[in-house]
Design a protein around this ligand. Structure first.
Ligand code: F3S
Length: 62
């Protein structure tokens, strides 16, 4: 599974970083980015949950 954050859509709500800090971090401007492109199998469920719970639907999982 691959994951990415659309930085045009992220509004810095931080739900993703609270749910899964192994994948998502906030940059100096307060917006999220994914620190991995390829999600480890054991983190796939939480990555999907982060995508679903992001208030602005900025997280894409493929
Ligand atoms: Fe941004 Fe959504 Fe995370 S708005 S900080 S990608 S919860």
């Amino acid at each position: 599974m691959r994951v990415s954050v659309d930085d045009d859509v992220c509004a810095g709500h931080g739900v993703c970083t609270m749910l899964c800090p192994e994948i998502f971090v906030l940059d100096d401007a307060g917006f999220a980015r994914a620190v991995v492109e390829e999600v480890a199998p054991e983190l796939e469920a939480i990555a999907r949950e982060a995508s679903l719970r992001c208030p602005t639907q900025a997280i894409r999982v493929d």
